[in-house]
Design a protein. Structure first.
Length: 87
């Protein structure tokens, strides 16, 4: 019996699915950002334009949104005098 070939296209390597991003260089932070997706790891270098899969870019956007929400909550708690524990 012959082996079956995987004929499904590898979408991660399809250039249509790649997007160009540039993460800002932030002094004091790691110059490389690691993102894992479906068993693959991506290291994105801050300050350089890179092409990454759109799904990886979505993970980075979600991460940034969560960081922003966290900072806003900390600011509100400090303004209310509850400190950063608030629990």
């Amino acid at each position: 019996m012959a082996k079956e070939k995987d004929t499904a296209p590898n979408r991660a390597n399809n250039e249509e699915d790649l997007v160009e991003v540039r993460l800002p260089f932030i002094s004091g932070e790691d110059p490389n950002v690691f993102v894992g997706l479906n068993g693959k790891g991506y290291i994105i270098k801050r300050g350089e334009k890179v092409k990454i899969p759109a799904a990886v870019a979505a993970i980075l956007e979600e991460s940034e949104a969560r960081k922003q929400a966290k900072q806003e909550r900390i600011s509100r708690l400090k303004a209310n005098g509850t400190g950063t524990t608030g629990f």
